[in-house]
Ligand binder design. Structure first.
Ligand code: IPE
Ligand code: IPE
Ligand code: MG
Ligand code: MG
Length: 345
């Protein structure tokens, strides 16, 4: 834990924050939040109750900020008569898709803590969480229809299908210590990176930019999303829970085969592999097994290497922005990459 904390502290330069991005987008973000609150309403009281619980708990709003910032990077200027508020509408749709996947994900992962609060499934149970997740997905699609672009609808509906595929693929690989890096990467590309990619790409689409810029922003989002999930999977074994706002050790208790596990299993001796098979495949765990697991991850440098892998994808994400002229949006997006690599929450 010390080593990883140390590496994170190294990376925690003053620039490694989302502050510049949220400052730059403050006005637009406030409008996104207003739209979210407006569109989560329903005469069925349980819907705004449950949705309001997870939405008011905050979250980083990273994905909608990608949409807003990429649109501006591409020269889109909202609020004008010609351009309108497409960036705000679509950023809200992106956050609704994200929120819906979180509600579903916490049911599937049986998680108790999200954004520092009890999960919706812990408070109201699994059934309302799944159904309100469906409601938020549907709200996202209504917003896209209001926007009226079939191209954007195509990008985000594709991303939604791929996210669901990723979550199912993950279910299939869980409790299976034979899962390799390629299978793990396929899961995280699908369940996390696709939405980062789509959120970034649609910024270029609404600015009517040429294909090359759209592709560059798609690559930016995809690489950032992969880095983001690699760090998330490292943090599940190493974060300060109070800072993370989620229960540390959930992935281990669930038998999730993330990169740290893949690496430690591969490098482990026969006795260690018996430990992993018992705890992750047979799901037989006792109280001190998480500590043992963390010790083995450190022994094999698995958390450090996961972070190094994330840094590689972070470098790819930054490189994808190379063709854009220097501007406040570009600098803020680069700082967002730094944040994703240094984050503890
Ligand atoms: C959580 O995403 C789900 C993952 C892809 C790991 P975030 O960490 O962006 O969640 P919030 O929105 O900030 O709570
Ligand atoms: C990300 O995976 C889930 C989604 C993309 C919906 P995780 O299961 O690791 O996310 P957390 O840790 O619960 O936020
Ligand atoms: Mg989860
Ligand atoms: Mg996680």
């Amino acid at each position: 834990v010390t080593l990883v904390a140390e590496m994170q502290d190294d990376a925690r330069k003053p620039t490694a924050s989302l502050d510049r991005l949220s400052e730059l987008l403050r006005g637009d973000l406030a409008r996104v939040n207003t739209l979210i609150l407006e569109r989560m309403q329903s005469p069925v009281a349980l819907i705004p109750q449950l949705a309001g619980h997870i939405i008011a708990a905050g979250g980083k709003r990273l994905r909608p900020m990608l949409t807003l910032a990429c649109a501006r990077l591409c020269g889109y200027r909202g609020g004008t008569d010609e351009a309108g508020d497409r960036h705000v509408t679509l950023a809200a749709a992106v956050e609704f898709i994200h929120t819906a996947t979180l509600l579903h994900d916490d049911v599937v992962d049986a998680s108790d803590l999200r954004r520092g609060l009890a999960t919706a499934n812990a408070v109201w149970g699994n059934k309302p969480s799944v159904l309100v997740g469906d409601f938020l997905f549907s709200r996202a699609f209504q917003l896209m229809v209001e926007d009226g672009s079939l191209k954007v609808l195509g990008i985000l509906s594709h991303a939604s299908a791929v996210i669901a595929e990723g979550e199912v693929l993950q279910l299939v690989t869980s409790n299976d210590t034979a899962t390799d890096e390629a299978a793990y990467l396929a899961v995280i590309r699908a369940k996390t990176a696709q939405l980062f990619a789509a959120a970034s790409q649609i910024g270029a689409v609404i600015a009517n930019r040429p294909d090359a810029e759209e592709e560059a922003l798609t690559a930016f989002g995809l690489n950032l999303g992969i880095a983001f999930q690699l760090v998330d999977d490292m943090l599940d074994y190493s974060a300060r829970q109070a800072e993370l706002g989620k229960t540390v050790g959930d992935d281990f208790r669930d038998g999730k085969i993330t990169l740290p596990i893949v690496l430690a299993f591969k490098r482990g001796d026969e006795q260690e592999r018996r430990f992993w098979r018992r705890t992750l495949e047979q799901s037989e765990q006792s109280d001190d097994d998480l500590d043992r697991a963390i010790a083995l991850l450190h022994k094999h440098g698995a958390l450090r290497e996961t972070l190094e892998r994330a840094r590689h994808y972070g470098t790819q994400a930054r490189a994808a922005l190379a063709g854009f002229a220097d501007c406040a949006e570009k600098r803020a997006l680069i700082e967002a990459v730094d944040f994703c690599l240094a984050r503890g929450y």
